[in-house]
Design a binder for this molecule. Structure first.
Ligand code: PHB
Length: 392
């Protein structure tokens, strides 16, 4: 048995150790989680990036500014939707700012570079928009999830609807880059399976908006239906030009919902009545969506759109991962597993993530009315991306 003085010395040593350890442990648990937002703040997708950021921050704010007890600190880079600058830009967040998690981006080409860097550096990546199929296909990885869609999903669901409506001859029109090509591919797959035929693909370089020659070609060929993928500022101009060319009444225009999402005010009468499919509809009359839209409108004095939803859900997925490890972001395997297993209580409706990390979700048929994309029907229930090429 130790003598009293030795016992006192031991107790003293233990107390000192506890005092030394306590601030360290406290500092660790109180250190903010560093979130790197890589989004477009300029260019044709600027408004989309803004809405994603607002959605993400709204969810964090609703949790009292913390996820699983950890403050969130933001680092930002404007990626300009420019793939040639993407690797440099993402490295600013990974290497200079040393972020814990990357959130980005809108443009598929930029997101592919982010996914490559995230894999090489083993950084967590949550993609809040860009649909590049490869991200949850050949490039899939445990550290990468998406809160949005794969390009295949909205393309495929629009093809299902166009075939169901009995259209036989379609032309497609889009920007010539991953998102445009892959969305058109998804459309073609479902449309041709349903008995239709794509007779011609038209495209122009991203982010050009000189549509005139292509619209003239549509007018000359008179297909039964046109399928378009455009978004942001480019979608505003395309929908107006389509109408101004006299095509709106002559050839039905279909699209993935990005054609009319976040754009209706700027498009005015030209967009009214357009039908699209997407994993969200403004008017979904559920308590969850109504509460979200109210909270968003109160906070930002503007209406939410699909991009805001995707940003909000990116924060929810991160929150689910962090909750499972009680905020200890060092417990990487448990964190990524919990993110994958989450059932996300999204304004779009509850969804789960596939093994590849992509939402399995209902795709809705919507119609543009006033400033809303109104819900019309479920186009395809619980649509899962085929995740071709993903090996985990
Ligand atoms: C993309 O590049 O993946 C993309 C961009 C804008 C959208 C949808 C997809 O609205």
């Amino acid at each position: 048995m130790p003598c009293p003085s030795r016992r006192a010395a031991l107790a003293h040593a233990a107390a000192v150790a506890a005092l030394v350890a306590a601030p360290a442990a406290f500092a660790q648990s109180a250190a903010p989680i560093k979130v790197g937002l890589m989004l477009p703040a300029t260019g044709t997708f600027a408004a989309l990036g803004d809405m994603i950021e607002k959605g993400f921050k709204l969810y964090v704010q609703e949790q009292g500014g913390k996820l699983a007890g950890r403050e969130i600190q933001y680092f930002k880079v404007d990626d300009e939707s420019d793939p040639s600058k993407a690797t440099d830009n993402v490295n600013k967040l990974i290497k200079r700012d040393n972020v814990d998690v990357l959130v980005g981006t809108v443009h598929s080409g930029v997101a592919l570079a982010m996914a490559k860097a995230a894999k090489e550096n083993n950084t967590l990546l949550i993609v809040p928009n860009a649909g590049a199929d490869a991200i949850t296909g050949p490039m899939c990885g445990p550290n990468i999830v998406r809160s949005s869609f794969s390009n295949w999903q909205p393309g495929y669901s629009t093809g299902v609807v166009a075939a169901q409506k009995g259209y036989k001859r379609a032309m497609t029109i889009t920007w010539n880059y991953a998102a445009g090509q892959e969305t058109v591919k998804g459309f073609r797959e479902a449309f041709e399976k349903g008995g239709g035929q794509v007779v011609k693909d038209l495209n122009l370089p991203f982010p050009n908006v000189e549509f005139q020659a292509l619209l003239t070609e549509i007018a000359a060929q008179k297909p039964d239906v046109v399928f378009a993928f455009f978004a942001g500022g480019g979608a505003v101009k395309f929908v107006k030009d389509y109408d101004a060319a006299g095509l709106k009444k002559a050839v039905p225009l279909f699209g993935s919902g990005f054609l009319t999402d976040g754009t209706l005010e700027a498009q005015g009468p030209s967009a009214q009545g357009l039908q699209t499919t997407l994993h969200y509809a403004d008017s979904l009359d559920t308590p969850r969506n109504n509460a979200f839209r109210k909270s968003f409108a109160l906070t930002y004095k503007q209406n939410a759109d699909v991009y805001a939803v995707q940003g909000y859900d990116a924060a929810q997925i991160l929150g689910a991962g962090l909750a499972a490890v009680k905020g200890d972001i060092g417990k990487r395997d448990a964190l990524t597993a919990a993110m994958r297993k989450a059932t996300v209580d999204s304004p779009r409706g509850k969804f789960t993530l596939s093994a590849a990390g992509n939402p399995v979700q209902d795709m809705y048929l919507r119609e543009a009315k006033g400033v809303n994309n109104e819900y019309r029907a479920v186009a395809v229930k619980a649509l899962a991306d085929p995740a071709r090429g993903c090996k985990l």
